[in-house]
Design a protein around this ligand. Structure first.
Ligand code: ZN
Length: 453
């Protein structure tokens, strides 16, 4: 009897120890390159669905059932043309965007970087590689098998889904490589068909500069859901000079609103806009923050509960390098007449999302370096618009900076954001699902899809 008890106890100790040891903070280790961007997650009927770039730049999808506390996948959802040539450089332009339609089918668009001439004539821009591909799950709420849907142009780059409360699904993308128009298409039938493409930002030949005769106007926008069925767009301008090496200079911050109920676009003052917006027209109608000779990267845009827009972007000096100097998170709020704000006190490596409840109630969810570890935390506004205080740390792990996507659509409180962290010495990253309780954990044996050293 005594023996049985001690053996049972030994097993119990061993079992609880091994259970604890087996859980990890990430849900997969096969995220590849720079694996996530934009709208890559959605919560739908008790399940959070997530898409990311995995091995060989193919799109992978994973799901988490909140009630059963169960992870499903990852499953490969399609095959990208990018990442297959054996070239060591990772393209990273074809990262997947995800949306769940009104019938519960999951759609992914991925793999585009402007396409090639073999795919046809691109009347709205230039070429580079890859192919924009649309896949849909064979069954509603089931990520295990996928079919390709041939209803989009192959030339899309940076494709992003936006879903409105009325069920309409918008797809935004650049129609080619970076001398191409930005367009959108609408689907009102769960992505079975899309409306004709509409150019809203015009890429075109620009005036020669002192150092280059071949210059193009080019754009980098980001999109968010606004009031009702509005879509709000912030963007910067890239002066694209045909120089080697290529300089990634981007300047300014522009803003406009798309009233999708009435199919009209407006500037901040409520003046209706004509599409497509050119550089000259943007400077006249939609330029909100003129950054002069400072270089910027896109941030995000959000409305607070009173409908007041907040803009963020990352700003640094032109230090002569092709990407400009280090960039600091900038925060601006519209007063009704003008934009106020400027550089924040967040860590210089901080990149992430904004949530605004009022003109003073602003929260950033950001990933940044913290000595030898990376951290993701909420930083809340104080009395001063430029000063934020660290509030809640969602995760802190040894290693590099965490990269964040956009907030998950219709997010469950436990699963608001997807973040990735590079695995040292490899091109792979661990990928995490973060919410109010920190990371959603997984058994180590399930999370280690790849056996990495
Ligand atoms: Zn360029």
């Amino acid at each position: 009897m005594k023996n049985i008890i001690s053996i049972t106890l030994a097993f119990m100790v061993l079992f609880s120890f091994s259970c604890k040891a087996q859980k990890v903070n990430y849900f997969s280790n096969n995220a590849f390159g720079n694996p996530i961007t934009g709208n890559n997650g959605e919560y739908y009927k008790g399940v959070t669905y997530i898409a990311y770039q995995g091995e060989k730049e193919d799109p992978y999808v994973v799901a988490y059932n909140h009630k059963k506390k169960q992870w499903i996948g990852p499953y490969k959802a399609g095959t990208s043309l990018l990442g297959k040539t054996g070239s060591k450089k990772i393209d990273n332009h074809g990262k997947p965007s995800l949306v769940v339609d009104g019938e519960g089918y999951i759609h992914i668009v991925f793999g585009g970087h402007g396409g090639t001439k073999e795919l046809g004539e691109n009347s709205l821009g230039n070429y580079n590689g890859g192919k924009q591909i649309h896949v849909v799950s064979k069954k509603p709420m089931d990520i295990s098998s996928w079919v390709e849907v041939d209803n989009l142009t192959p030339f899309g780059t940076y494709s992003q889904f936006l879903k409105l409360d009325n069920g309409d699904i918008y797809l935004f993308y650049r129609h080619g490589a970076h001398r191409s128009d930005w367009v959108y298409q609408i689907s009102k039938d769960n992505c079975k068909t899309f409306s004709p493409k509409v150019s809203f930002l015009k890429a075109k030949q620009a005036k020669p500069t002192a150092d280059c005769s071949d210059v193009f106007d080019s754009w980098y926008p980001s999109f968010e859901h606004g009031k009702g069925n509005d879509i709000i767009v912030s963007y910067n301008y890239h002066v694209c000079k045909n120089l080697t090496p290529h300089y990634g200079e981007r300047n300014n911050c522009y803003y406009m609103t798309f009233d999708t109920d009435n199919n009209k676009w407006y500037n901040i003052k409520g003046k209706e806009l004509k599409l497509p917006v050119t550089k000259e027209y943007a400077d006249e109608m939609t330029l909100e923050i003129n950054t002069g000779d400072k270089w910027v990267h896109n941030g995000t845009v959000a409305l607070n509960k009173s409908g007041v827009p907040h803009l963020t972007f990352y700003q640094g000096e032109d230090d002569g390098s092709t990407n400009g100097g280090p960039k600091q998170l900038m925060n601006y709020i519209y007063t009704g007449k003008e934009w106020t704000g400027g550089a924040t006190n967040l860590p210089s490596s901080a990149r992430g999302e904004i949530k605004a409840t009022s003109s003073k109630g602003i929260q950033f969810l950001v990933g940044y370096d913290q000595g030898k570890s990376g951290e993701v935390a909420w930083w809340n506004s104080t009395e001063n618009l430029n000063e934020f205080a660290k509030k809640q740390v969602l995760i802190n792990e040894e290693g590099g900076t965490f990269t964040l996507a956009n907030f998950i659509r219709n997010a469950h409180p436990d699963a608001k954001m997807v973040a990735t962290q590079k695995i040292k010495g490899t091109d792979y990253s661990r990928i995490f699902l973060l919410g109010d309780k920190g990371p959603v954990k997984r058994l180590k044996t399930e999370a280690e899809v790849l056996k990495l050293q």
